[in-house]
Write a protein that binds this ligand. Structure first.
Ligand code: PLP
Length: 394
């Protein structure tokens, strides 16, 4: 059976070049990067080459890149590495759970947290961030691009506000990296998280950008790896894979007449246009800037979970939202924060493209979805009554 994967915000397939780059580090190049002999020097050199590649992706110095196990660790390290008793943090209601649950934990320990709401497009208003600043505000953590909608936040404006107030600014760029060019100096952030498996690198490898001079307390206590910011023997194959994926991401932005992000946007736009032609559908995040690979659409009268399962049986992989909460009955916290009614949030599907996707993949999806929506609506006891009500109430 033909299978098409349009769930690249959950994870991306490792590119063949990435796998090839990693392969020797599972075999002949096995040394511990901290060893001073030949074997260690070989892997140390590979780790430092990868660090340079990641720094080129982010526009920072190599020494400002800390390798981690992925996005979750990067977010945790940024937050718990900075926050101390009595500190206040500002975040948003639509963050990934790696940030939201870290903030929840901080609050349980007596920390102060302010959650900035978003508007109907899924955007944080920088003026709200500014208003939320208190004398004890230590950190602002607002994501670059949302994993469910692809909506891009005004991070450079927030960075300016943070700098003026002398507050640290962290941004979770896990869903922005590889899809849109990133420059930490343009954003004005002090910390920025990326994850290997969202940019066609391996799972279990990521990086945190830490601006020079940032006083970050490590979360793991052990050796002095990563300039004492993250103890533990380096995951050399993972780091090498992340470095190669970063290199390929940069190259994708540099191909003047064949830019990877523009190609992805063209395929996404075609998918989106044709899906929005279906009756009683709408775009979540309409009117907001978005990364080029994501579209999140509601199909009134259907159950998202049922649609995901039905499409999977036909060979198409999509998602109802964050992978970690699929299976949960609760509607998406991101879509409800944007003001969607619970039934409409549950009727929403995320389609996310990757570098491997082709126009044929989009055609495959478009050949399946309209018919599937009709079938699921025929089976729905609330259709078409619910859809008429939904259309007038928004
Ligand atoms: N932040 C965002 C925005 C994400 O989408 C994800 C993963 O879905 C993470 C953080 C967590 O990254 P990882 O899976 O590498 O821990």
């Amino acid at each position: 059976m033909r299978r098409v994967y349009l769930d690249n915000n959950a994870t991306t397939p490792v590119l063949p070049e990435v796998l090839e780059a990693m392969r020797p580090y599972f075999g002949e190049h096995f040394g511990n990067a901290s060893s001073i002999h030949h074997h260690g020097q070989e892997t140390r050199a590979a780790v430092e080459r990868a660090r340079a590649s990641v720094s080129a992706l982010l526009g920072c110095r190599a020494s400002e890149v800390v390798f981690t196990s992925g996005g979750t660790e990067g977010d945790n390290l940024a937050i718990f590495g900075l926050m101390r008793d009595g500190d206040h943090v500002i975040t948003s209601t639509i963050e990934h759970h790696a940030v939201l649950n870290s903030c929840k934990r901080l609050a349980a320990q007596g920390g102060e947290v302010t959650y900035i709401p978003v508007d109907g497009r899924g955007l944080v208003d920088p003026a709200d961030v500014k208003r939320a600043i208190r004398p004890n505000t230590k950190l602002i953590t607002i994501m670059f691009a949302n994993n469910e909608t692809g909506v891009v936040q005004p991070v450079a404006e927030i960075g300016k506000i943070a700098a003026e107030a002398d507050i640290y600014f962290h941004t979770d760029a896990v869903q922005a990296a590889g899809k849109t060019p990133i420059d930490v100096n343009e954003i004005g952030c002090d910390l920025l998280t990326i994850s290997g498996h969202k940019i066609h690198g391996p799972q279990g490898a990521g990086a945190l950008y830490v601006r020079k001079g940032t006083q970050l307390e490590p979360m793991l206590h052990g050796g002095s790896h990563e300039r004492s910011r993250r103890a533990g023997t380096e995951n050399v194959p993972g780091i090498v894979g992340l470095g190669k994926a970063a290199e390929l991401a940069v190259a994708g932005f540099e191909r003047e007449d064949d830019r990877a992000d523009q190609k992805m946007a063209a395929a996404r736009d075609q998918l989106e246009r044709e899906l929005l032609d279906i009756e009683a559908t709408g775009l979540n995040g309409e009117g907001a800037p978005r990364v080029p690979n994501t579209t999140n659409i509601f199909f009134d009268g259907i159950e998202g979970e049922a649609m995901v399962i039905a499409l999977d049986l036909k060979g198409l992989a999509v998602s109802t939202g964050a992978a970690c909460s699929s299976g949960a009955i609760e509607p998406s916290h991101v879509l409800t924060a944007m003001g969607l009614r619970p039934d409409r949030a549950r009727a929403s599907i995320r389609f996310s493209l990757g570098k491997q996707n082709t126009e044929e993949d989009v055609d495959f999806a478009l050949a399946l979805i309209p018919e599937m929506v009709t079938r699921l609506r025929e089976l729905s006891p609330v259709w078409p009554k619910l859809s008429k009500k939904s259309v007038v109430s928004t």
